[in-house]
Ligand binder design. Structure first.
Ligand SMILES: [Zn+2]
Ligand SMILES: [Zn+2]
Length: 244
């Protein structure tokens, strides 16, 4: 878990940082998944460079984008070094809308006339499950307020962030997982994100063996959540490693 913070991170800029618990220092939400020596990055947050250093990320085989919001994409330029390391373009997968937004927001990367000083990326549209470098990626369509965005399932694990609603068809794809990492912005309801209680309900409904909360706002305290959450559900923290 490279980061598990909300869009502004935690603690929020401008606030008093005295006494903030180490596990409540959260960078923006992102995951790094290694499977059979294939390294997969989910989202490039504005904190991506520091996350990659903190977690000794040495190379990236491909990237999965959940959606185009700034907190999930604005570290995209730091893929530059990883495309040098790979000596090739890095495939970046996303749905059609996310691809259009990324191309618009980072036009310098995709402008064919500009060939140096930019990451070499190949944006690829996801329409259904696919296999990349031997790893099956199952896209999980979800709602993020009025946006259609993607979560991802890889083997017996799923990642769902920035979620306000999960359609039944997607729920049926995430039953009985070994691990579910899911959005939980705050205790109270929010129109673009799941609350803590909504995340708990979904985790119970789909029968995940272990659930880890992510995209947490700064009002959610790690130590308080440990006491609040039912068995099998826990708050994430930056640098958390899970072996499956
Ligand atoms: Zn977000
Ligand atoms: Zn978002």
């Amino acid at each position: 878990m490279l980061g598990c913070g909300s869009s502004v991170g935690s603690p929020v800029l401008g606030r008093d940082i005295k006494g903030v618990h180490q596990k409540d220092w959260r960078t923006r939400s992102s995951l790094f998944v290694t499977i059979e020596e294939v390294n997969i990055l989910i989202d490039t947050t504005p904190d991506f460079r520091q996350q990659a250093l903190a977690n000794n990320v040495r190379n990236i085989d491909f990237v999965l984008y959940t959606h185009s919001h700034a907190d999930h994409t604005h570290g995209i330029d730091d893929l530059r070094i990883f495309s040098y390391i790979k000596k090739d373009k890095i495939n970046c997968f996303a749905n059609k809308f996310t691809i259009e937004e990324i191309k618009k927001n980072f036009s310098y990367i995709f402008n064919k006339k500009n060939i140096s000083g930019r990451p070499r990326l190949d944006l690829r549209e996801i329409t259904s499950s696919f296999i990349e470098q031997g790893v099956e990626i199952v896209p999980l369509p979800i709602k993020h307020k009025n946006w259609d965005i993607l979560g991802y399932k890889i083997n017996n694990f799923a990642y769902i962030t920035d979620c306000s609603f999960i359609p039944d068809e997607t729920l049926s794809k995430i039953e009985n997982l070994d691990l579910l990492v899911i959005d939980a912005l705050r205790y109270s309801k929010h129109d673009a994100h799941l609350s803590v209680d909504e995340a708990i309900l979904i985790a119970k409904k789909v029968g995940a063996k272990r659930t880890i909360l992510t995209h947490m706002g700064s009002d959610l305290k790690y130590s308080e959540l440990l006491g609040y959450l039912p068995k099998g559900i826990e708050p994430g923290y930056d640098g958390l490693v899970v072996n499956l």
